[in-house]
Design a protein around this ligand. Structure first.
Ligand code: TXA
Ligand code: MG
Length: 373
């Protein structure tokens, strides 16, 4: 298939191109498009054949459910069988925006879209191009992130091209996304609302709106061996091609450890990379030293993390180290994605200078279903 490319901005929507994209979707085709979080790989959420195509284009296991994107709050009634009051309170506070809510699904949503679950994930994005596309499609676009399974989510249209050229009918270039990590997922089908995936809408923001919410225990767990409730969170994700290790501890000790490890890797002929911050970049020497942003504003780190992981791949970097970041606020999303990218390889430098190291649970990471997502 030959992929069509169109470009537009949120202030200057190309309505003819959007109408064409809407027709492609209604006919069962696939269109990659920008949202405020990451690019999405869209198909008609109510057409089982479209969902099958999405899994095939991504190379993704089909037990991993898709998010249904809407552009009118009232459309929820068509795809959910029960809507708790809390849904409307969260929608009022954070929609349109980077949050996804999980409800019991209606029979209109095919099991192919929800990975066989009887629940459905719903998101109302704020990006104007995404909204126009959903409207043109008729209201319900299923869209995972527009990357090949296992790769970092795309924050630029060029990354969609790298992963999906020839696999989708159209890619809409809407420039660089604003947020850079995927939406916060909140499950409303249990006793207490539970965050299944952290994102730009933080636990603190949710707590202030609806009272204390739970956080899925696997989000910042030390291994990937436990079973998270969002099926997609169990897979090895966002992985750069090389080997990434996170080092946590006191700043100066972290820098000394990483530099020593980099020298050793270089001596063995590896190309090396470091993920650090504006505050610490001068401390490092490597083939590629990348500041993800500033520790004064963790949102800057979320914004650039996936781009950096892809750039390391392009630069042929095969051994990488990252500093750890504060896991409060949006930092929870940053650390969650970083730990997945590192396959949970973490070195901890303790107060007394001793060092411990986690290893990825090889028995799970080696299995094919954990290699790709
Ligand atoms: O920001 C985002 O959410 C982006 C943009 C494109 O909207 N989309 C996105 O989709 O990140 P995806 O497919 O890459 O991630 C969806 C996550 C997966 O971890 C999946 O398992 C979980 O949502 N999920 C979807 N439906 C679910 C359900 N019914 N119950 C539990 N988890 C669900
Ligand atoms: Mg994804």
């Amino acid at each position: 298939m030959v992929t069509e490319y169109v470009a537009m901005t949120e202030d200057r929507i190309d309505q003819a191109a959007i109408d064409h994209a809407g027709a492609i979707l209604r006919a069962g085709g696939l269109v990659a498009f920008p949202t405020e979080t990451v690019y999405g790989l869209g198909g008609d959420a109510l057409n089982p054949e479209s969902s099958r195509k999405i899994y095939a284009a991504k190379g993704r296991p089909s037990d991993n459910p898709l998010i249904v994107h809407i552009c009118r709050l009232e459309d929820t009634e068509k795809i959910a069988s029960f809507i708790p009051d809390i849904y409307y309170r969260l929608a009022e506070a954070f929609w349109p925006g980077p949050m996804t809510m999980i409800l019991r699904k209606s029979s209109l949503v095919p099991p192919e879209t929800t990975g066989g679950l009887d629940t459905v994930a719903i998101r109302f994005p704020v990006n104007k191009i995404a909204q126009a596309l959903i409207r043109a499609e008729g209201g319900f676009i299923a869209a995972p992130s527009a990357n090949r399974s296992g790769r970092p989510s795309p924050t630029l249209a060029q990354y969609c091209r790298e992963d999906l050229d020839g696999r989708v009918e159209m890619i809409i270039d809407g420039g660089q996304v604003g947020i850079g990590v995927e939406s916060t997922i909140v499950d409303l089908t249990e006793q207490r609302p539970t965050i299944l995936r952290p994102g730009y809408i933080t636990k603190e923001m949710l707590d202030r709106t609806i009272g204390e919410v739970d956080v899925d225990a696997t989000i910042l767990a030390g291994t990937s061996a436990q079973h998270p409730k969002a099926p997609g969170m169990k897979y090895r994700h966002y992985a750069p091609k090389g080997d990434l290790t996170i080092v946590e501890g006191r700043r100066d000790q972290v820098a000394a450890y990483i530099n020593a490890a980099l020298r050793e890797a270089e001596n063995k002929g590896h190309r090396t990379g470091v993920i650090c911050t504006d505050e610490t970049r001068a401390l490092y020497r490597a083939d590629s030293v990348k500041s993800a942003g500033t520790r004064r504003d963790e949102a800057t780190i979320a914004h650039d993390l996936f781009r950096i992981l892809r750039e390391f791949d392009d630069e042929g970097i095969d051994i990488m180290y990252s500093e750890n970041f504060d896991a409060a606020g949006i930092g929870m999303a940053v650390m969650n994605r970083l730990m997945k990218a590192a396959g949970h390889q973490i070195v901890t430098i303790h107060e007394d200078g001793s060092v411990t190291r986690t290893h990825p649970p090889k028995e799970t990471l080696g299995r094919p279903e954990y290699r790709e997502a």
